[in-house]
Ligand binder design. Structure first.
Ligand SMILES: *[C@@H]1O[C@H](CO)[C@@H](O)[C@H](O)[C@H]1NC(C)=O
Ligand SMILES: *[C@@H]1O[C@H](CO)[C@@H](O)[C@H](O)[C@H]1NC(C)=O
Ligand SMILES: *[C@@H]1O[C@H](CO)[C@@H](O)[C@H](O)[C@H]1NC(C)=O
Ligand SMILES: *[C@@H]1O[C@H](CO)[C@@H](O)[C@H](O)[C@H]1NC(C)=O
Ligand SMILES: *[C@@H]1O[C@H](CO)[C@@H](O)[C@H](O)[C@H]1NC(C)=O
Length: 209
């Protein structure tokens, strides 16, 4: 009886695993650390950025030893690195879901551009939140997803840390690769279908941990 039960259970298990594997899974695990490239386009400060990223100020300072010298000295129009964990969400994509507390006057496009520096988009925020974009409640929180990467073994196994990098107008593959001190070929191979001068959209750049 017991043995039969075991046989039954393993058959059920096999059926279950084979049927779920029919659903194409894009990712099966994430990685502990990814970085976001946060362009300080608008007047803001490290305390606020840390709050958007759900981390503490020291964690932001740690990843920006050369660009942010202290909590009170954030320059405008520079890129800083913000750390977060990169998770496999529903087996479908790699991302991190931040908790953002709405304040008066917020809209999805404003949150994406101003508070998350285009690390996400209006559409991508709207996709996973229940609120009607024209009626955001003041005293509530939303989920903000930022996509990320953990690398690609078929490109190279040398890089395990990736920066989610929103392209800006005026940038080119050459400007990005010289800034990152990496070869254009390497960056291109991680972003095969991207037009680097398109001025918007995300790319993933290998980082040095
Ligand atoms: C959002 O507000 C709640 C309740 O006031 C607070 O506990 C939480 O820390 C806030 N989260 C962020 C990311 O500021
Ligand atoms: C976000 O993208 C918009 C449209 O391309 C641009 O005007 C804005 O400066 C960008 N914001 C940041 C923080 O880079
Ligand atoms: C994030 O990834 C998902 C799934 O690949 C994609 O549909 C979405 O457009 C991406 N979001 C951004 C802001 O690039
Ligand atoms: C944020 O995500 C949580 C967990 O998936 C969900 O319960 C909640 O309804 C989401 N918030 C909004 C505003 O959609
Ligand atoms: C750029 O990378 C090369 C090796 O790939 C290294 O020798 C050089 O010091 C780096 N330059 C800077 C400015 O980091």
């Amino acid at each position: 009886m017991l043995e039969l039960n075991l046989v039954y259970q393993s058959v059920a298990f096999l059926l279950l695993t084979s049927s779920t594997s029919l659903v194409q899974s894009i990712c099966n695990r994430g990685c502990d650390l990814a970085l976001g490239s946060y362009y300080t386009r608008y007047q803001t400060d490290i305390v606020s950025i840390a709050r958007y990223i759900n981390t503490d100020v020291n964690n932001i300072l740690k990843y920006n030893p050369n660009t942010v010298l202290s909590q009170d000295s954030l320059r405008l129009f520079v890129r800083i690195s913000v750390p977060f964990s990169c998770e496999c969400i529903n087996g479908e994509y790699l991302g991190h879901v931040f908790n953002y507390n709405l304040t008066f006057g917020d809209t999805y496009p404003k949150i994406a551009d101003m508070w998350y520096a285009n690390l996400t988009t209006e559409d991508w925020i709207q996709m996973i939140n229940i609120y009607d974009p024209s009626q955001l409640p003041d005293m509530s929180s939303i989920n903000v997803t930022v996509n990320c990467s953990c690398g690609d073994g078929s490109v190279s196994k040398d890089y395990g840390l990736f920066i989610t990098y929103p392209l800006r107008p005026g940038e080119t593959l050459e400007s990005i690769s010289s800034e990152a001190n990496l070869s254009s070929e390497l960056i291109q191979s991680y972003n095969p279908d991207v037009k680097f001068s398109q001025g918007s959209g995300l790319i993933y750049i290998p980082g040095r941990g």
